[in-house]
Design a protein around this ligand. Structure first.
Ligand SMILES: Cc1cc2nc3c(=O)[nH]c(=O)nc-3n(C[C@H](O)[C@H](O)[C@H](O)COP(=O)(O)OP(=O)(O)OC[C@H]3O[C@@H](n4cnc5c(N)ncnc54)[C@H](O)[C@@H]3O)c2cc1C
Length: 373
């Protein structure tokens, strides 16, 4: 019998982490309640790239067909310079044909997970902002970067501003938009764009600038500032930016991966445990991995404290590795002057002569199967 059968679990936060954990725990027999401060699970955050390491979890939850229907296949990733010339490409469809790399609107993913959670018997209490943490036998903090559960386990911590500010926008996708994620790299700035399905194209644009913005995702910015910051970019970028009508802006902060993920009674998952810079496109992916591994650990060991300790031991080193890789990418995308010329020439050569080498460098990331650990 599952160690989770009829076990009450309270989750704070109905984002990707909280809802995936709710599904995984409820499917194993737990009685799950999710407390979410928002009045409705509406759009926050726009587009997400979801790599095979997370798709394996969605499939194990029985959600592959639904996920496929709401997402778009990512055939390749193209790295381009600021005027649009190709520097390198990762041919995902060609070199990893069995793996699913997908692109999806966050709102559609959240809606899918919410429906699956409710079908598994999860109670979701919207409009329920948690102030003081409830005294319950098992509390999961899936409450994002400004978590209340994290300081209860780790004390107060101060993230530091990276000197980078990001804009995020949605525009209509061209009818024949190929399933390609493109990164345009210029000195001190880069822009990522990909189609999301449902007729939409996602744009994330990052610049280095010393003045900083709040860390929240939904501060409104001015599309004119975005266009001015990328005025020297070429290729499709000017056309895309001309279509931007509204834009969100926020500062990118670096947080350490939490030292303490659990205390035997409370545990952290997702951004609450390991907020990351977006440069590996793995924040939501790690949240999905966490959710499965947490449920599997609790399911296979009736000793909750031991199960939670095992969960942290399995997840912390991997998340640290991913967060470190995202920090390194932040530098690589924004190179200037001679360093940039040398790095781009090297990438061009590798991409041309050994096209599988770039993708093989990420085998540790994409080959990981959370359902097998
Ligand atoms: C520019 C950008 C691009 C990104 N691109 C990608 C990508 O391509 N691929 C990818 O995998 N990830 C990406 N991410 C990261 C990803 O969006 C996050 O890592 C992920 O959404 C985190 O999910 P979460 O559930 O942990 O947190 P959140 O989504 O922040 O959810 C936390 C939830 O908790 C609720 N909550 C918080 N406090 C309380 C409280 N006190 N009481 C009740 N409820 C509360 C919130 O309302 C929210 O619903 C990107 C992030 C950014 C900023």
């Amino acid at each position: 019998m599952s160690a989770l059968e009829n076990t009450p679990v309270t989750i704070i936060g109905a984002g990707v982490a909280g809802l995936t954990a709710a599904c995984a725990l409820a499917q194993r027999g737990a009685e799950v309640t999710v407390l979410e401060r928002a009045g409705a699970l509406r759009e926050v955050g726009a587009g997400l790239q979801i790599s095979p390491n997370a798709v394996r979890v969605l499939a194990a939850l029985g959600l592959w067909e639904r996920f496929r229907a709401i997402s778009v296949a990512s055939k390749r990733v193209e790295l381009r310079d600021s005027v649009g010339r190709q520097v390198a490409r990762l041919d995902l469809a060609r070199h990893r044909p069995k793996d699913h790399f997908r692109m999806v609107h966050r709102a559609r993913l959240v809606a899918m997970l919410e429906q699956a959670a409710r079908e598994a018997g999860v109670r979701i209490e919207l409009d329920h902002e948690v102030g003081d943490l409830p005294e319950v036998p098992l509390l999961i903090g899936a409450d994002g970067v400004k978590s209340r559960v994290r300081p209860a386990l780790n004390g107060a911590e101060a993230p530091f501003f990276t000197g980078q500010t990001a804009w995020r926008a949605l525009i209509p996708a061209e009818a024949d938009a190929p399933g390609v994620a493109q990164v345009f790299m210029g000195p001190g700035r880069h822009l990522v764009s990909y189609p999301l399905g449902a007729g939409l194209r996602n744009i994330v644009a990052v610049v280095e600038r010393p003045d900083w913005h709040d860390e929240g995702w939904s501060l409104p910015g001015d599309p004119a500032d975005l266009r001015a910051a990328f005025a020297r970019f070429g290729g499709p970028v000017p056309d895309w930016l001309a279509q931007v009508e509204s834009v969100g802006i926020w500062g990118l902060f670096r947080h350490p991966v939490a030292a303490h993920w659990q205390d035997g009674r409370r545990a952290l998952i997702g951004d609450a445990a390991h907020p990351t810079l977006p440069f590996m496109a793995q924040g939501a992916v790690m949240a999905i991995e966490d959710a499965w591994v947490l449920a599997a650990c609790l399911d296979s060991d009736a000793d909750q404290a031991r199960a939670l300790a095992r969960f942290q031991a399995l997840r912390q080193p991997r998340c640290q590795q991913i967060v470190d890789a995202a920090n390194a990418n932040a530098r690589n995308y924004h190179l200037r002057g001679p360093t940039r010329a040398v790095a781009h020439a090297g990438l061009r050569a590798v991409s041309r002569m050994a096209p599988t080498r770039l993708i093989e460098r990420f085998a540790w990331l994409y080959d990981y199967d959370p359902t097998a650990v």
